[in-house]
Design a protein around this ligand. Structure first.
Ligand code: EPZ
Length: 419
């Protein structure tokens, strides 16, 4: 397994191209199963998770072509509701997103329950309840979800007890082919949900309100060939804003959209980071000293859980004590013991981390655990005095395209060493 060797203490300067959003690409790739016409996605990031989803789709008979590095054409004309290979499903939770489209298109589906992961149990009960509300028969047998709707799905009112991103996406995709109207109440409002709605409408769906807490879908019976350009990845943009701040540097995030980072910008500005829009995206500049802040992660438009680990790395160097309360996932503190190896002073109590700022981090060998935790270790290593080694960087490759190359172009001293 590859590892990264990072010599810290070098302020980053320059610009970074922000890629298309991984968490929009994954549901939009799954959505192609709804249609017998090709879907062309552009601004697609080159990530391991995207490759995994494409392999999964090919297992269902989807024809996947990549005319260039950032374009995918997926054609489910000849697809069948086969069974996905377990070795693919177990590596990525987002594979559950094929369940709704398979059921809506073919009337039946058998999909492995995704395992939990480093950040929590990650249940899918809300996905299953949404499909049952649309009239599906759902059973869980031997670690598989077995769903059937031999007479098709029927539009209904789906009230989500919590604004689950995945459950909202499953409900939207299944309802797109259901008979009649579906209303999703307490829908997740993440920009990636809005982007999926725009993609489905380009395919011929009739969806209103995606990105708001109430979504209405008029079922249709056929789709048309479609093209859709992915929105930029706000989590990648936020990650590089922290990279500028933690190294005392300045980066232009090309393609970043400040309006999708409002809660993040508020936190970073309170921590002393300067952010402003430019013609090409967003500029992030260190303000010198880092001030402590208190954060609570929340569903969008609140502070995103996917940036909690990265901002924690920044706050380990603040002039004072910060608290970070994680309300979305029950175990998203895998980065804490690894950050402590750099000399960070972090105490955990339940779902709250208390971070006492230290004057300096020092280099250490550390282990990546999950996608966002692993990038927080890279951020800490960029600031730490000395040479750090980060093991198991395959976690990084799942969600960050060419992270080491992008950082080297901005002045970081990073070497990737194949194991
Ligand atoms: C999506 O995961 C993202 N993944 C996650 O990003 C992100 O952290 C999360 O949304 C929250 O924003 C993708 O879009 C592929 P949820 P998802 O359903 O859909 C509970 C990353 O790093 N829940 O909004 O799985 C769940 O346990 C990843 O890119 C149920 O209880 O998140 C969690 O506590 C990590 N039952 C909460 O809801 C369900 O059926 C929010 O989960 C579904 C979820």
């Amino acid at each position: 397994m590859d590892r990264l060797i990072i010599e810290g203490g070098r302020p980053l300067q320059g610009s970074v191209q922000i890629c298309g959003a991984k968490n929009a690409a994954l549901p939009e790739l799954a959505a192609c199963l709804l249609s017998d016409r090709p879907l062309t996605l552009t601004n697609v990031p080159d990530l391991a998770d995207i490759t995994t989803m494409c392999r999964l789709l090919e297992g269902y008979g989807v024809k996947v072509t990549r005319p260039n590095a950032s374009t995918l054409v997926v054609d489910a004309w000849g697809a069948v509701s086969a069974e996905a290979a377990y070795d693919i499903v177990r590596t990525m939770r987002a594979t559950i997103l094929v369940l709704g489209p398979l059921l809506a298109r073919f009337g039946q589906a058998r999909v492995s329950l995704p395992g939990g992961c480093a950040i929590g149990a990650r249940p899918v009960d809300l996905h299953l309840k949404a499909l049952a509300t649309l009239g599906a028969e759902i059973a869980v047998e031997g670690g598989y979800v077995v769903a059937s709707a031999p007479n098709g799905l029927t539009g209904a009112r789906i009230v989500l007890p919590l604004a689950s991103v995945g459950a909202t996406e499953t409900a939207m995709m299944a309802a797109a082919l259901a008979r009649g109207e579906t209303e999703i109440i307490n829908a997740a409002r993440e920009p990636e949900v809005a982007d999926l709605g725009a993609c489905l409408n380009a395919m011929g769906a009739k969806i209103e309100g995606a990105g708001s807490h109430r979504i209405t879908i008029q079922g249709v019976s056929t789709f048309k060939p479609a093209s859709h350009d992915l929105l930029p990845d706000r989590i990648e943009a936020g990650t590089y804003a922290v990279a500028a701040a933690i190294t005392g540097g300045e980066l232009e995030l090309i393609g970043g959209r400040l309006e999708q980072l409002a809660a993040v910008a508020d936190v970073l500005e309170r921590a002393g980071v300067q952010l402003w829009p430019t013609d090409r995206g967003v500029m992030a500049r260190s303000g010198g000293r880092i001030r402590p802040v208190d954060i609570v992660t929340e569903p969008y438009p609140g502070f995103p859980t996917d940036l909690q680990a990265q901002v924690m790395a920044l706050l380990t160097l603040a002039d004072g004590t910060s608290t970070l309360r994680e309300t979305v996932f029950e175990a998203r503190f895998m980065h804490v013991p690894e950050l402590a190896r750099f000399g960070a002073d972090i105490a955990l109590s339940g779902t709250t981390a208390t971070v006492r700022g230290v004057a300096q981090l020092t280099a250490a060998p550390v282990m990546a655990t999950d996608l966002r935790a692993s990038v927080s270790l890279v951020l800490a290593a960029l600031a730490a005095k000395g040479e750090s080694t980060i093991h198991r960087v395959y976690h990084l490759d799942r969600g960050y395209e060419a992270l080491d190359r992008k950082l080297v172009r901005c002045g970081a001293a990073i070497r990737r060493v194949a194991a």
